[in-house]
Design a protein around this ligand. Structure first.
Ligand code: ZN
Length: 413
C-alpha cells in the first residue's frame, strides 16, 4: 500500500533534540519545523485560503469534534473531503477532538476550562464530582454537545471513522485527557486507557485505509498521542509504548506551561524514533514555546492563539506584544512591525488598523490575523533556517531577549 506519509530528517542540531526535515503527504510537502495554521471549523478565522498561502502557511489543522457537530462529517464527505470543502489543496491535519470532548463536553453550561490550573471555581467540582457531564468508560466517552446539550458517545473506532470521513492527511488518535488537577493515580489510569484506545484506533484506521485503496483515494496517516502529564515515569512509559507501535508520527498533548516544555518533551522525544515527525498539540504561539519546542524535538506546532489574539487587538512584534486598540497608536503611521514582510505591514499603518478595530470593521480582524499568523509562521521558518545554518542558539538568544527583555528571557535560555 502507498505510504500515507514519509518524513526525512535534513539536519540535526548537535547536543539537542532539534532537527529540520520534510514531511511528504498526498497533498504535498511540509518543511519542518513549521507552524500549522489553526483552521478549527474548516476555516482560518477571517482569512481566505489564498491569504493563508500568501502568509507562508504550509498546512492547516481542523478539529474533528467541531466538524462532527457542525456541519456534520456527512456534509464534508459529500463535498469529497475537507480539502475540496474548504478549498485548501495543501496538507491538512485533524485533531481527534479529544480535548474538546473533555473540555467542552464537560463545560456545557458550566463555564469551566479543562486547562484550569487551580482549584478555584467550578473546575475542581466538574472534574471531581459525579454530576459531571462527561463519563469515561473503557469503551469510550459519553459527553454532551456544547451546542445543544445533545447526548453523544465517542469511541476510538468512531473517532477514526469521523476523521476518515473528514479526510485530512494526518489524524490524531482519540485519547483521554486529564486535568492538571487529576492526581498521579488517575493520570496513570487514563494514560493506560489511552494506550489501549491507540491500539484500537490503529486497527480501525488500517481497515479504513484499505477502503481508500479500494476506492482509489489516497491513504491517510495516523499519529499516536502521548500522555502522562507532568510525571517523568509516565511520560517515558507513554513514549516507549508509542515507539513500539507502527504510527506515522506522534502528537504530544497535555503540557500546560512553557517552563514544563523542556523536561516533558525531553523525556518523550529522546525515546521516540527519530524517523517519525512529532507534533505539539494546541500549544506554540508564544516565542518561548516555539524555540523550546524545537530544541526538545518538536517538528510541528498548532495553536489558535495568533488569530484569537489578533481579534482582541493583541499583535505580536519583535519587541513584544502590543494592543493596537490603545490610543497611543491613533496617529502612528508606521507599520505594525517594520521588520515584518506580511501584507498588512507592507500596506497599512498602525493608525489605520487602530481605526478599523475601534470602529469594529471586519477588515481590522483580517489585517491583524494576517500579521499575527505571518509573525508566528515566519518565526518558525527562521528557526528552521537557523538549524540548517547552525545558528540556532544565537537566533534564540537574540530573539527572546528582544521579545521578552533580558530578565524574563533568562528563564528560557
Ligand atoms: Zn506583519
Amino acid at each position: 500500500m502507498e505510504k500515507p506519509l514519509t518524513f526525512s530528517v535534513i539536519n540535526k542540531l548537535e547536543g539537542t533534540l532539534a532537527r529540520s526535515g520534510v514531511i511528504e503527504t498526498p497533498h504535498g510537502r511540509i518543511e519542518t519545523p513549521t507552524f500549522i495554521v489553526g483552521g478549527t471549523q474548516a476555516t482560518v478565522k477571517t482569512l481566505t485560503p489564498g491569504q493563508v498561502l500568501d502568509l507562508g502557511g504550509q498546512a492547516v489543522l481542523v478539529n474533528a469534534y467541531h466538524l462532527m457537530l457542525r456541519p456534520g462529517t456527512g456534509v464534508i464527505a459529500g463535498a469529497d473531503g475537507i480539502h475540496k470543502f474548504m478549498n485548501w489543496d495543501k496538507p491538512v491535519y485533524s485533531d481527534s477532538g479529544g480535548f474538546q470532548v473533555f473540555s467542552l463536553g464537560m463545560a456545557y453550561k458550566k463555564g469551566i476550562d479543562l486547562t484550569s490550573n487551580s482549584l478555584k471555581g467550578d473546575a475542581a467540582q466538574a472534574v471531581h464530582t459525579k454530576s459531571q457531564l462527561t463519563k469515561v468508560t473503557d469503551e469510550g466517552v459519553h459527553f454532551r454537545s456544547h451546542l445543544d446539550g445533545g447526548k453523544l458517545f465517542m469511541t476510538p473506532e468512531t473517532s477514526m471513522e469521523i476523521q476518515h470521513q473528514i479526510g485530512a492527511d494526518i489524524h490524531m488518535c482519540f485519547d483521554e485527557l486529564t486535568s492538571p488537577l487529576s492526581g498521579y493515580e488517575y493520570v496513570k489510569k487514563a494514560m493506560h486507557r489511552t494506550h489501549v484506545w491507540a491500539e484500537r484506533c490503529l486497527v480501525r484506521h488500517n481497515e479504513l485505509n484499505v477502503d481508500h485503496l479500494i476506492n482509489n483515494s489516497p491513504p491517510q496517516a495516523l499519529f499516536g498521542v502521548l500522555q502522562g502529564a507532568r510525571e517523568e515515569d509516565l511520560r517515558k512509559e507513554s513514549a516507549t509504548f508509542f515507539a513500539q507501535h507502527d504510527f506515522d508520527g506522534y502528537g504530544i498533548g497535555g503540557i500546560f506551561e512553557p517552563e514544563e516544555l523542556s523536561t516533558t518533551l525531553g523525556w518523550a522525544c529522546s525515546i521516540l524514533p527519530e524517523n517519525k515527525p512529532r507534533h505539539l498539540l494546541g500549544m506554540g504561539a508564544q516565542p518561548a514555546d516555539l524555540f523550546l519546542g524545537v530544541e526538545y524535538g518538536i517538528d510541528t506546532f498548532d495553536c489558535v492563539a495568533p488569530t484569537r489574539q489578533a481579534r482582541n487587538g493583541t499583535l505580536f512584534t519583535y519587541d513584544g506584544r502590543l494592543n493596537i486598540k490603545n490610543s497611543e497608536f491613533k496617529n502612528d503611521f508606521g507599520p505594525i512591525d517594520s521588520e515584518c514582510d506580511c501584507y498588512s505591514c507592507k500596506n497599512y499603518s498602525r493608525a489605520y488598523v487602530h481605526h478599523l478595530m475601534k470602529a469594529n470593521e471586519i477588515l481590522g480582524l483580517t489585517l491583524s490575523s494576517i500579521h499575527n499568523e505571518r509573525f508566528v509562521v515566519m518565526t518558525v521558518d527562521n528557526i528552521r533556517h537557523s538549524i540548517n545554518e547552525r545558528s540556532f542558539f544565537d537566533y534564540k538568544k537574540s530573539f527572546l531577549e528582544r521579545y521578552y527583555g533580558k530578565k524574563e528571557s533568562a528563564r528560557y535560555l
